[in-house]
Design a protein around this ligand. Structure first.
Ligand code: BTN
Length: 327
């Protein structure tokens, strides 16, 4: 992680919007030498920031690399809690494990763990999740809503709605949600969500919302077996996405919708979710651990279960399954 002085330096360079900031002032403030500040500037340049210096005036930001680091995300961040602490990594096995450890060690509500690359990304049902360097958004958010554990799966639906809203806003593309939480564009998966729980018997301690968003991959960036079923925002839109801006928008809607959910319950989220749902009225095959059922999707229940009308006319609530849209 960045040293606090380096983070502060970057924050101020961004805030100054290209105007010079005094290295001497920062050095004085932090009780450091000007050379120490200069070394931080050199480190930032090595990370890809282009920084100019003006005699007597100080350092100014010329350009920032397309990284999902703290400085770039914070530039867009409008939240109160979510993303106010960011742990940024260039490469990790999976952000989920780091977030779990941090949550166990008391990380505060809204702490974000984000990486440019995952070498062992985890999907649902223990599937691998391809996480190519600098192309997608690979992040795990630690949230601590005051909830009983049985309600935790609903947070997955909250997250799906928040991500769709953010994609609409930043990329101007209209994705749909496939129950419970796959986000698709033109029938191909652009985002997956993995919700994991740390809980006492009666209260949630933390929810780790793992989100994988295919942002700037080209077709050839996906392994062959995924090329027919996965897509990216760049492929669909025909231009690159500012990943840091999208992260900030996702955090904004996540905070807004989680607060709404905690305050008002699932009803308002259900309305939003159904407005984005790809499955209502479709013939669905739902594969669960011990059985597979087929039926027409009616929508979701007041607590987030998928409701399927079976051939005999009965309605079956599905809590967790892998689903296939048949038509
Ligand atoms: C799915 O199978 O649809 C869920 C995919 C979740 C992937 C994200 S990427 C960030 C976080 N870290 C992981 O290893 N997995 C989740």
């Amino acid at each position: 992680m960045k040293s606090p002085v380096k983070s502060e330096l970057l924050k101020r360079l961004f805030a100054a919007q290209g105007e010079p900031i005094s290295g001497q002032d920062i050095a004085d403030e932090f009780g450091l030498s000007r050379t120490a500040i200069w070394k931080y500037i050199k480190e930032l340049e090595e990370e890809g920031y282009e920084i100019g210096s003006q005699r007597k005036k100080g350092y100014y930001l010329i350009d920032a690399p397309d990284l999902v680091n703290q400085g770039n995300i914070t530039e867009y961040l409008t939240t109160e809690r979510y993303g106010r602490i960011i742990k940024y990594f260039t490469t990790v096995p999976t952000t989920q494990t780091i977030a779990h450890e941090d949550a166990q060690n008391g990380a505060q509500d809204g702490t974000l763990v984000i990486a440019e690359e995952q070498t062992a990304g985890k999907g649902r049902l223990a599937r691998p999740w391809t996480s190519k360097a600098n192309r997608g958004i690979w992040m795990s958010l630690i949230i601590r809503p005051d909830l009983a554990p049985q309600y935790a799966p609903q947070l997955t639906l909250v997250a799906a709605v928040a991500i769709v809203r953010a994609i609409e806003e930043v990329a101007d593309i209209q994705p749909v949600i496939k129950w419970p939480n796959d986000i698709l564009i033109n029938g191909k998966k652009v985002t997956g969500i993995l919700t994991e729980l740390q809980s006492d018997p009666d209260r949630v301690k933390a929810i780790i919302l793992g989100m994988g968003i295919n942002a700037n991959q080209q077709q050839s960036d996906f392994p062959e077996e995924l090329q027919m079923i996965a897509t990216s925002l760049r492929i669909e839109k025909g231009e690159m996405i500012d990943r840091a801006q999208l992260v900030a928008a996702i955090l904004k809607y996540l905070e807004q919708y989680t607060d709404l959910y905690v305050e008002k319950g699932f009803a308002p989220i259900k309305i939003l979710w159904e407005s984005y749902a790809a499955i209502t009225g479709k013939n669905i095959k739902a594969s669960m651990v011990h059985e597979t059922v087929e039926g027409i999707a009616l929508g979701i229940s007041h607590d987030g279960m998928l409701e399927l009308q079976l051939a005999d006319g009965t309605v079956r609530g599905i809590y967790s399954a892998d689903i296939e849209i048949k038509n």
